[in-house]
Write a protein that binds this ligand. Sequence first.
Ligand code: S3P
Length: 442
Amino acid sequence: MSVASINSSIRELSSGGALSGKVCVPGDKSISHRALLFGAIAKGLTSIKGLLPAEDPISTASCLRAMGVKISPIEKDQIVQVEGVGLDGLQEPDEILDCGNSGTTMRLMLGLIAGRQDRHFVLTGDDSLRRRPMQRVGQPLKMMGAKVQGREKGNLAPLSVLGQKLHGAVIGTPVASAQIKSAILLAALTAEGTTTVIEPAHSRDHTERMLKAFGANIEVGGEMGRHISLTPGSTLLGQEINVPGDISSAAFWLVAGALIPGSLITIENVGLNPTRTGILEILQQMEASIEIINCRDVAGEPVGDLRVSYKGKLKAFVLNEEIMPRLVDEIPILSVAACFCVGESRITGASELRIKETDRLAVMARQLNAMGAKIEEHTDGLTIQGEQILHGANVDSETDHRVAMSLAIASLLAQGETRLSRSEAAAVSYPDFWNDLEKLRI
Ligand code: S3P
């Protein structure tokens, strides 16, 4: 059975057939952005192995290059070298910084540039990014003295930033968001005095881990590491970074392997940072058969191989806001899983999903319902009936990478042919997704 492409954008997907074999998912997207950013402002060379060669990190690299940072080409299986310019070395770009589709690029970039005194920056992005809220980062940065302007009182890109002398502050963030936390910590590196971020819940902590490795004076305390303080003054030094595979990309194969009869997939070298492993917790509660093998520590991040196999029907699940930061990017693929398990699944506390690359609650409900699913949408979640027979249909990623890949897995579980429009969106985080799917189909 083959995954035939009609043209670059519409993909015909046939149903059925187990998935089997080994797959190595590409580098973690969150870690890849941070490796480029911290490498750029460190002293000396940073070499990055396993950097995700996809559109989002390429956007981060091109913004940094526009500010005078030399970064070698980002290509599959190539070590990427970043020639750090030091904390004060970023130049004023003579062009607009284009963040493409990447929210992480725009939000972390805001933190990076806010304290570059007397330098002016303009940031923009694609149609989706220009609709996403930036005030959540602009507002805390203003508490440190930053000047950020844009449409809708500074909420929407294009944004203009005039670098200022920043001062440290104690900032409580209203949502657990690693993008907000990381932007504040990046700004704190060039501020006067200590800055403390207090999160309502612990969001992914790659920034804290990596800044510490680069030599920043950062302290993590409070209940579950929710209080993070950074005191400027230390010199960041270039590092050798090994980027593990992205658990958010592995999630598509975990769900496919657990749901498609006869499947057995080994996913090698997956990052298992506990702030990211909510998908494993939920799949285990659903009684999926997942083994974690070869656990090791790679450059300050836990890593392992995951072996998933089909062992019968899965149980329905209930998700609330407690677990959300640990699986926020896996809701689209979990909503596919919910259509096939026994019972009714409920997702609550997920209103953040509405401001991702698309409104992922609305888009997943719309696209899966077009395949015959029974999904009810709520303000902050979804109720999904299990044991549904989905049928192939004309569906659309609506330009969202995680929606494209989730619908591909849904099409394998449906009856008949599915035509997926704008399938090329997958390249934002997983350029080889379609090749890997082809390889795993028996
Ligand atoms: C990311 C944080 C999360 C996540 C996004 C990547 C990061 O967003 O959804 O894909 O690298 O910091 P929020 O910070 O908005 O939760």
